[in-house]
Design a protein around this ligand. Structure first.
Ligand SMILES: NC(=O)C1=CN([C@@H]2O[C@H](COP(=O)(O)OP(=O)(O)OC[C@H]3O[C@@H](n4cnc5c(N)ncnc54)[C@H](O)[C@@H]3O)[C@@H](O)[C@H]2O)C=CC1
Ligand SMILES: O=C([O-])CC(=O)C(=O)O
Length: 341
């Protein structure tokens, strides 16, 4: 038996972890995780299970969901966990959802680009997005599956086809880029990471990942060569993990952390919390690319306001210019795929 003090400490630590992901302590949100048995899906579902804003957590995958749901359901937190396996159970998983997170899809192996995942993952996102458009058209859709630069346009086209498209409710989750930037900057400058916030704009692959270090809070400055190295490390951080994992997958734990943070922020916005800002890859008029990530003010209807690019240095403007051809190509590829299907 835990002593009273130990029990209080345990409850307090659970509360602190939960608060890390959500400001709201009360709501009745239903959240679905599609791809819940995977490397990201399992730890992210655990983090969502301890978010007090979630009362229903619906786990969907093509395999192993029953076991994952049984396991997670024993955690003594409020969210009721249900497991749904195979396409015939997708409808019951999605109905009534406020938020759907999609980490379903294959990850990279060393030597691959995110675009190399297109052939497998495009069809997965097309079918899952189509189901969301039918069974929970008003839900906030958070897409983790790569290549995000193409899977977000695919999902958007599927919603358009069903006549239920709302660009303020479909997000490509790029939070891991911000999480990484904050970590690397805090390490370089000896800062408390919880106080560091560096926006990352653009897309989510290689040169399309654009850290805006000049807008970091607190302000930080680096000699030109260090800033260059840091920007390149942030752009290649996914590859750093893919290589370290040597063929067994890509970032899962840090992505689970980032995904839980993003979903927590979306729920905070839905629950009317003010001043909730996250970067995400959305339909955008900020640049000549149809989709682009910038800081977004989140609210009851998803994106309340696109906060735009703000003031950039010449270095950052050049990074954005350099990203445009790749970004536009990725977006077009996604749209064409969805419309040919
Ligand atoms: N947006 C981002 O920042 C990041 C994105 N990713 C991406 O997330 C995706 C998932 O990565 P991991 O979890 O490591 O892969 P994983 O292979 O460990 O898990 C994927 C899961 O998806 C499931 N799945 C496959 N087809 C499905 C379908 N049609 N419906 C439902 N579930 C299905 C699989 O059964 C598996 O459980 C990859 O595409 C990866 O590139 C990974 C890290 C960061
Ligand atoms: O690099 C990958 O393939 C997975 C990913 O998107 C990331 O870690 O940022």
């Amino acid at each position: 038996m835990l002593s009273l003090v130990a029990r209080q400490r345990f409850l307090q630590s659970t509360f602190i972890v939960a608060r890390h992901f959500s400001k709201t302590s009360q709501s009745n949100a239903k959240v679905a995780v599609l791809g819940a048995s995977g490397g990201i899906g399992q730890p992210m579902s655990l983090l969502l299970k301890i978010n007090p804003a979630i009362t229903k957590l619906a786990l969907y995958d093509i395999a192993n969901t029953v076991g994952v749901a049984a396991d997670l359901s024993h955690c003594s937190t409020n969210a009721q966990v249900t497991g749904h396996e195979g396409a015939s159970q997708l409808r019951e998983c999605l109905e009534g959802c406020d938020v759907v997170v999609i980490p379903a899809g294959v990850p990279r192996k060393p030597g691959m680009t995110r675009d190399d995942l297109f052939n497998t993952n495009a069809g997965i996102v097309r079918d899952l997005a189509d189901a969301c458009a039918q069974y929970c058209p008003k839900a906030m859709i958070c897409i983790i599956c790569n290549p995000v630069n193409s899977t977000v346009p695919i999902a958007s086209e599927m919603f358009k086809k069903r006549g239920v498209y709302d660009p303020n409710r479909i997000f490509g989750v790029t939070t891991l880029d911000i999480v990484r930037s904050n970590t690397f900057i805090s390490q370089a400058k000896g800062l408390d990471v919880s106080q560091v916030n560096c926006p990352v704009v653009g897309g989510h692959s290689g040169v399309t990942i654009i850290p805006v270090i000049s807008q970091c809070t607190p302000p930080v400055s680096f000699p030109v060569d260090e800033r260059q190295k840091l920007s390149v490390r942030i752009q290649n951080a996914g590859t750093e993990v893919v290589e370290a994992k040597a063929g067994t997958g890509s970032a899962t734990l840090s992505m689970a952390y980032a995904g839980a943070r993003f979903v927590g922020s979306v729920l905070d916005g839905l629950n009317g919390e003010e001043g909730i800002v996250e970067c995400a890859f959305v339909r955008s008029d900020e640049t000549e690319a149809k989709y682009f990530s910038t800081p977004l003010l989140l609210g009851k209807n998803g994106v309340e306001k696109n906060l735009g690019l703000g003031k950039l240095t010449d270095f950052e403007v050049d990074l954005i210019k350099g990203a445009m051809p790749e970004l536009k190509k990725n977006i077009q590829k996604g749209e064409e795929f969805a419309n040919a299907s």
